[in-house]
Design a protein around this ligand. Structure first.
Ligand code: SF4
Ligand code: FES
Length: 274
């Protein structure tokens, strides 16, 4: 019993030590690439004295401060809100989009998820439709163009309607809301062996296809967004489910089934709306 308590105490002491002194030392294997036309390669960097309570992006900030002090080019990576809202952070960490934890973005990932002395491999999203801008930052404007193709409803602005004028059953409202939580990060594309954007596009289609306000342009919308998705060069969906498994917002692949249903309905029965 005594030895068990001593073991537990010694583990707690070690954990506290790491917690208080911030003494994780890591090796980062980072993808460096000047631009999309130039070949990239991995470069090793030490990340020293890292607090386990730092976020992954804060750890990169520390490494970049050291690089700047030494007169070297800092590592380029995307970020904005740093609280899981904007979808800008986009790192492939040890082979997984957004790193080893489920249902969080890179900016919500903490260094306590890694071990002292660990080597961490950091890559950009890999997809033809997401060309590298520099290092770990990729161009995801293809998503914006898909949205512009049909991810909206056309309504006349005017007086604000009564909030309860159109009654929507709670389960339907919940499902539409869940689809609308997609932050457009692109992890689904990065996780897919075909670099398919079906999870993203289907979430954007579903959030409106489920609600009364989305009905007038429902079939026109799905055709326009799918056409733009194909034009951008994303791959096909082969139902492996990797996108759902890696999505930080837990968007379900049932959205893809709904989008496919709407797409085929549009093609075969509602062609006049294309
Ligand atoms: S479906 Fe998920 S992984 Fe894909 S863009 Fe939206 S939030 Fe990111
Ligand atoms: S920086 Fe906004 S979601 Fe990560």
């Amino acid at each position: 019993m005594l030895s068990h308590i001593q073991t537990v105490n010694s583990k707690l002491t070690t954990a506290n030590c790491i917690h208080m002194s911030g003494n994780m030392n890591l090796t980062l294997k980072v993808w460096r690439q000047p631009n999309n036309d130039t070949k990239g390669s991995f470069v090793n960097y030490p990340a020293q004295n890292i607090s386990p309570d730092m976020s992954f992006l804060e750890m990169l900030d520390v490494v970049n401060e050291d690089l700047v002090k030494k007169g070297e080019d800092p590592i380029h990576f995307d970020h904005d809100c740093r609280e899981g809202i904007c979808g800008m952070c986009s790192l492939h960490i040890n082979g997984r989009p957004h790193g080893p934890k489920q249902a969080i973005t890179t900016c919500q990932l903490h260094m306590r998820s890694f071990k002292d002395d660990q080597t961490i491999t950091i890559e950009p999203w890999r997809a033809t439709a997401f060309p590298v801008i520099k290092d770990l930052a990729v161009d995801r404007s293809a998503f914006d163009r898909i949205q512009r193709a049909g991810g909206f409803i056309s309504v006349n602005t005017g007086g604000v309607p009564d909030a309860n004028a159109i009654a929507i059953p709670k389960p339907v409202a919940d499902e539409a809301f869940n689809s609308a939580t997609c932050i457009g990060c692109g992890a689904c594309v990065a996780a897919c062996k075909n670099a398919s954007a079906m999870l993203f596009v289907s979430a954007k289609v579903s959030q409106m296809a489920l609600l009364p306000q989305g009905q007038p342009e429902r079939y026109k919308r799905v055709q326009a967004m799918v056409a733009q998705m194909d034009e951008e060069g994303f791959g096909s969906c082969t139902n492996t489910g990797a996108c759902e498994a890696e999505c930080p917002k837990e968007i379900k692949i049932t959205n893809i089934a709904r989008m496919n249903r709407d797409f085929f309905t549009a093609k075969f029965f509602k062609q006049e709306e294309a």
